[in-house]
Design a protein around this ligand. Structure first.
Ligand code: NAG
Ligand code: NAG
Ligand code: NAG
Ligand code: NAG
Ligand code: NAG
Ligand code: NAG
Length: 526
């Protein structure tokens, strides 16, 4: 408790803009969207037909007199049953993800989860894709020269925390310098208004149907709180604590250690595909990995290939473990990587560490641009943020020092969004909200879903057993039945409902092919 109280002493940023009284969208935006097929253009084998278009919205909602507009990229997966009953707006999270590739690759699964009667629409968020792309460096050389001077883990050594803190200042300066004209026109409140613009343009009943994952759940919570009367169906998936997102992200890694214990337990239960298990118990394996990570802190492993060398260090490997917990299909691969800690033999993984880096995306810093400009807390000294660092380390041994990094980066941000949501997430919505989180999610713990649900009258939290981040990470026929019934009929599950998953542990298969097959055979019977 001490940590939390002292954090609140950190000053609130001045100048939170009052919420504009109406959306001012219809007067300034185009009245329709021209849809063109775009699956082929993306160079991805889309699993469903895909259409792209553009939506004109006001550039700056805080300037109601201005005529300036912005063209947003929009994408659509048409409903599987004609005629479509309307749209479900979808956000893939990040923040900073454009969702373009996911719309193509995951179309079938998305359709199953919303039930098939609605078009699924991705309004590519400001700051991402080609709409006000947020990038702090002109070239990759500039980026690597200025960034990544600090390790991506605050407990990587006894000097790491200070380096992360110092580097945050440089990064905030670089972003302010390169984004000084449009950098404050991105962020969640404006994106929420953009989505309501799309509702005005596309939905005959003027009502919002929305599904947001991870950061998308925060966007959804913000939408619900800003426009409660317009909520028809809102599914919040991998739910973030909104109070904390706008401040210090304190509880994020609450369930990360149980997720890591799950990895170790499944490894030991599947020794044939997880050679690091050896004769260990799950608890021994877990402790041995932590011990090896401590050794790695001061003894990084040199890896070299073709005359180029890198150091495999604590921050790299711990970051890889934490990221892997989002997605259980990566666990067999993670086990293979971790073998280096015990055997020292890098033969089977060395190629992974020498992949040529992909060219930087034009929106490379969108995640910081959105998240940091949203935040209401800033700090000017390391002492001010120490209590929250200690609280995160206390909460999670595997993820506490990893999630610290972006919180510290945001603490020194100097470019607040022109509109920041500063409300309390207490609303009565026109139709109740459905929330769902998995029981062992490294980044959005169940406690956050319960916290948000407490503010949304009549809402229900569905728990998905198993692992991973979002309901896409492991297939569950039970979850599909509940979410599709919610979108189709508005029905909510009984409070306390827990859905089992249909993914086979440690198989590298999320189980979707089998669940989609079961669903289509149900359709045939009916
Ligand atoms: C798309 O599918 C075709 C046929 O299955 C295949 O030949 C092609 O390589 C795929 N393209 C991509 C980008 O995956
Ligand atoms: C604003 O950004 C531009 C483009 O990067 C830069 O040339 C200019 O110096 C910046 N201005 C300030 C005040 O940082
Ligand atoms: C290292 O691993 C590779 C394959 O993973 C194996 O072929 C090789 O024999 C191992 N080297 C040693 C020294 O154990
Ligand atoms: C931080 O590092 C210390 C010393 O290496 C270690 O004992 C502790 O468990 C670490 N805590 C976290 C959260 O990484
Ligand atoms: C939700 O979380 C916030 C921030 O941690 C806390 O202040 C609030 O009391 C919590 N609400 C409930 C109902 O748990
Ligand atoms: C919606 O309700 C109808 C009528 O009760 C039912 O037949 C249908 O299966 C429900 N849809 C879903 C997806 O549960």
């Amino acid at each position: 408790m001490k940590a939390i109280t002292s954090l609140l002493a950190v000053s609130l940023t001045a100048g939170v803009i009052a919420t504009p009284t109406n959306n001012n969208c219809c007067t300034r935006s185009a009245k329709e969207i021209q849809w063109n097929p775009c699956g082929d253009e993306l160079g991805i084998n889309a699993t469903t037909p895909l259409f792209c278009g553009s939506l004109t919205v006001p550039l700056d909602y805080t300037e109601p007199e201005s005529e300036e507009t912005l063209d947003l990229q929009v994408m659509k997966i048409p409903a599987s049953r004609e005629p479509s009953k309307g749209s479900v707006f979808f956000n893939f999270g990040g923040p900073g993800g454009s969702g373009i590739v996911e719309m193509a690759v995951l179309g079938e699964v998305l359709r199953a989860l919303v039930g098939g009667s609605y078009d699924i629409i991705n309004i590519v968020p400001r700051g991402t894709g080609n709409t006000l792309p947020f990038s702090c460096y002109e070239t990759n050389e500039e980026r690597s020269a200025s960034a990544a001077r600090a390790p991506f883990a605050t407990n990587a050594s006894n000097t790491a925390l200070g380096s992360v803190w110092a580097e945050s200042q440089n990064r905030a300066d670089a972003c302010l310098h390169s984004q000084n004209t449009t950098g404050s026109l991105i962020g969640t409140a404006f994106t929420a208004r953009d989505i309501m613009c799309a509702v005005d343009v596309l939905e005959d009943d003027g009502m919002l149907r929305f599904w947001g994952m991870s950061y998308g759940s925060l966007l959804g919570s913000t939408l619900v709180s800003m426009f409660p009367d317009r909520v028809d169906r809102v599914l919040l998936d991998a739910v973030m604590n909104g109070h904390q997102y706008y401040r210090d992200d304190l509880d994020q890694a609450t369930d990360a250690d149980s997720a890591f214990s799950g990895f170790c337990a499944q490894c030991v239960d599947n020794k044939d595909s997880c050679l690091i298990a050896g004769d260990r118990t799950a608890a021994e394996l877990e402790e041995d990995i932590y011990t090896a990570l401590e050794t790695l802190k001061y003894n990084p492993i040199p890896l070299s290939a073709g005359g180029i060398g890198i150091l495999l260090d604590y921050a790299t490997l711990k970051g890889q473990i934490y990221n892997s917990l989002y997605n259980p299909i990566t666990w067999p691969k993670l086990a293979q990587t971790l073998d280096i800690l015990f055997s020292g033999n890098a033969t089977s993984i060395i190629a992974d560490f020498f992949q040529p880096a992909p060219p930087p995306a034009p929106d490379a810093e969108a995640i910081l641009g959105i998240k940091c400009s949203d935040k209401l807390l800033r700090a000017s000294t390391l002492e001010e943020v120490l209590p929250s660092v200690e609280a995160r380390w206390e909460l999670s041994r595997i993820g506490g020092d990893i999630v610290d990094v972006s919180v510290l980066q945001c603490a020194r941000w100097r470019m607040p969004a022109k509109e920041q949501y500063a409300g309390d997430f207490q609303v009565k919505t026109a139709h109740p909200v459905l929330l769902v989180s998995t029981q062992n999610d490294p980044n959005t713990p169940l406690v956050s879903a319960r916290n948000m649900s407490a503010g949304f009258e009549g809402s229900v939290v569905l728990e998905q057993a198993g692992y991973g981040h979002t309901i896409l990470s492991q297939a569950s026929l039970c979850t599909v039945k509940i979410t599709s019934a919610y979108f189709e009929n508005g029905t909510l599950p009984e409070p306390g409902t827990v859905c089992e998953v249909d993914a086979v542990p440690f198989s590298g298969d999320p189980g979707w092919v089998s669940v989609l097959t079961q669903l289509s055979s149900v359709d045939v019977e009916a």
